[in-house]
Design a protein around this ligand. Structure first.
Ligand code: P6P
Length: 328
C-alpha cells in the first residue's frame, strides 16, 4: 500500500486481504490511535505544564509514579473501555486488573499495557512510549478474571507500541506482519510510513545497561567483552525499552535486559513489556528469548512477573544464545 495511507484505510484494506481478520481490531486500533494522539499532545508540552514530576505515589514496583504515567493510563482506558471489544485491562500502573465497568458491554478481548514506558526519561526530554498487547478472554460469563491475563504468550492476538520520539509512531501487528504509522500533526492522522517491517538479519548495535556489569552473569560479561573486542557493533542504550526496541527492530542488532546475580528474572515485566516486543520481533523475522526459552512460550504466574529479555536480529541473538550455552 502507498506510503501516506491512513491507519483506518490500511486496516480496512488488510481486512479485505485477510478474510479471517474481523472488524474488531479496526475499532480497537483506531481507539488506541486516538488515545496516542491525546497522550502525544500532553507529552509534547510536558515541560510547560504541571504534568511533570511525580504524584508522590509509588506503583506496584516501588517506582515513583510520574503524573504523565497516570494521565496516559487513564487516557487509554477511557478511550478503549466503551468499544465493547474489551472486557478488562491490566497495566503497570495498576496493582490488579481492572474490569470494564458494567455499564459498558464487555467484549471478548483483554488488553495489557505499559501506558508510559520509560517515564523516568520524561523530565529530560528523551523518547518514551506506550506498549500493549491483546489476548482473547478465557473466562466465561460476565466477569473477567485474572486467568484471562495469565495466558501463554502464544495466545497473543495483537501487539504494538507508540513511541513519543522525534515524531510519534504507532507500530503494531495483528499477525499479518509489522506495520508502522507516523503521526502527521498537521492533519492529526497516523499515516503509513513503514509497511512490512523486517528486522535485518544482523545489525551494528548492541544495547544493554553496562552500569550493571558488576552483577552480570559470567555469560553476559563474556558476550559483551567479546563484542567489544570484535569492534563490529556500537553500544546504543536509551533506557526506554520502546526506543531501544524500535531502533533494534528497524536497524537490527540486539537488545538485552538479562537476569543478573541480583535479579535473576531481570527487570522488565513479562506481560506488558516482554510479550508485546517478542510478538513484534517474531512477526518481523527476529528472535525473542529469555536466554533459556522463547518468550512467547512463557506463561506468567502473576500480573507483574519479570523476565529476562533478549530481542533482535536472528544472527545476533543466536550468537548470544551460543554464549549462554557455553556458560552452562
Ligand atoms: P535501567 C524503563 O524504566 C524501563 O522499564 C524500560 O523502559 C527500560 O528498558 C528499562 O526500564 C531501563 O532500565 O535499569 O537500564 O534504567
Amino acid at each position: 500500500m502507498t506510503t501516506g495511507t491512513t491507519l483506518t484505510k490500511f486496516i480496512l484494506e488488510m481486512q479485505r486481504s485477510y478474510p479471517e481478520a474481523k472488524g474488531e481490531f479496526t475499532s480497537l486500533l483506531n481507539d488506541i490511535a486516538t488515545a496516542a494522539k491525546i497522550v502525544t499532545r500532553e507529552v509534547r508540552k510536558a515541560g510547560l505544564v504541571d504534568i511533570l514530576g511525580g504524584t508522590g505515589k509509588e506503583n506496584v514496583h516501588g517506582e515513583k509514579v510520574q503524573k504523565l504515567d497516570v494521565f496516559a493510563n487513564e487516557t487509554f482506558i477511557k478511550h478503549l473501555e466503551h468499544t465493547g471489544y474489551l472486557a478488562a485491562f491490566a497495566s503497570e500502573e495498576m496493582d490488579d486488573f481492572c474490569p470494564v465497568p458494567e455499564y459498558y458491554p464487555r467484549g471478548k478481548y483483554i488488553m495489557v499495557m505499559d501506558p508510559l514506558d520509560g517515564s523516568s526519561n520524561i523530565d529530560v526530554n528523551i523518547s518514551i512510549g506506550t506498549i500493549f498487547c491483546i489476548f482473547k478472554r478465557v473466562s466465561k460469563g460476565d466477569h473477567p478474571d485474572v486467568n484471562d491475563f495469565l495466558q501463554c504468550g502464544r495466545n497473543i492476538v495483537a501487539a504494538g507500541y507508540v513511541i513519543y520520539g522525534s515524531s510519534t509512531m504507532l507500530v503494531y501487528s495483528t499477525g499479518q506482519g509489522v506495520h508502522g504509522f507516523t503521526l502527521d500533526p498537521s492533519v492529526g492522522e497516523f499515516l503509513l510510513s513503514h509497511e512490512g517491517i523486517k528486522v535485518p538479519e544482523k545489525g551494528k548495535n548492541y544495547s544493554i545497561n553496562e552500569g550493571n556489569y558488576a552483577i552480570w552473569d559470567d555469560w553476559t560479561k563474556r558476550y559483551i567483552e567479546k563484542t567489544k573486542e570484535k569492534r563490529e557493533k556500537s553500544l546504543r542504550y536509551v533506557g526506554t525499552l520502546v526506543a531501544d526496541a524500535h531502533r533494534t527492530l528497524l536497524k537490527g542488532g540486539v537488545f538485552l535486559y538479562p537476569g543478573d546475580k541480583k535479579n535473576p528474572k531481570g527487570k522488565l515485566r513479562l506481560l506488558y513489556e516482554c510479550f508485546p516486543m517478542a510478538y513484534l520481533f517474531e512477526q518481523a523475522g527476529g528472535i525473542a528469548t529469555d536466554g533459556k526459552m522463547r518468550i512467547l512460550d512463557k506463561t506468567p504466574s502473576e500480573l507483574h512477573e519479570r523476565s529476562p529479555l533478549i530481542i533482535g536480529s536472528k544472527t545476533d541473538v543466536e550468537e548470544v544464545l551460543n554464549f549462554i550455552k557455553e556458560g552452562m
